[in-house]
Design a protein around this ligand. Sequence first.
Ligand code: CAA
Length: 259
Amino acid sequence: MSDYETITVGRPLDRVALITLDRPKALNALNLRAMREITGAAAELGQDPDVGAIVLTGSAKAFAAGADIKEMQPQSFSDVYAADWFAGWDALSRVRVPLIAAVSGYALGGGCELAMMCDVLIAAENAKFGQPEITLGVIPGMGGSQRLTRAIGKAKAMDLCLTGRMIDAAEAERSGLVSRVVPTEGLLDDALAVAAKIASMSRPAAMMVKEAVNQAFESGLADGLRFERRLFHGTFATQDQKEGMAAFTEKREPKFLHS
Ligand code: CAA
């Protein structure tokens, strides 16, 4: 679509889509239009059978510097409560193909929360993460207090959310917030390579992995194990299970049909 104002959307590699946040003058601050465009584009791409993974990235200086403070400033409690401000981001969690966040520069507030909504989080060496909402007299509103706590534990999440301090990529990796740290110049290529690898796998299997891992956050162990087992059983109904296991026994590379 060409009428996006806050993002660009491309298909740089076979089966890989790329959404780039594009509000450079505001360091990719996430206004409501950006929320609608990012979630809309991701939902559309996620339903395309020729897309196996989606990379979400920003600029070298900022993945996203948070929700748009200038848009929020004049709002009243009634405004944000009645409109259920930020609930629209839930749509991103319903995208079923893997989302890869490629983070360079600032990922603050809503930017950090957006990165955490993705499934694989790749950080450039210059990345900086934080939840500085408290410095504005508010608290995280796009999942920061919940996803950050699950990702890095109570002690670190309290530290970041209560002080508003930023952590660098090395500390983010040590804390378990990011999947990998890569050289800043190579970030996009590295993230696209990870996406291409994922997209080359069986699409239904990758979707089931995503669903099963996410289930670990929603249920107790016994329910989660049963959920995983049922999905595992389900893979035996796919052509890709036949192909994947046949390829192994025939000592060749699999040619997945993504069905
Ligand atoms: N919202 C709106 N505009 C923003 C913004 C934001 N979150 N972050 C940066 N900008 C704008 C600045 O206002 C500035 O615009 P002008 O040129 O018109 O003044 C432009 O982007 C460049 O920013 P700076 O001049 O501040 O750049 P810097 O390099 O000096 O500092 C920064 C970079 C440290 C990231 C600083 O911009 C900053 O602290 N930004 C705000 C970070 C923040 O508090 N984020 C949390 C927002 S609240 C939230 O996200 C709630 C939630 O949970 C969803």
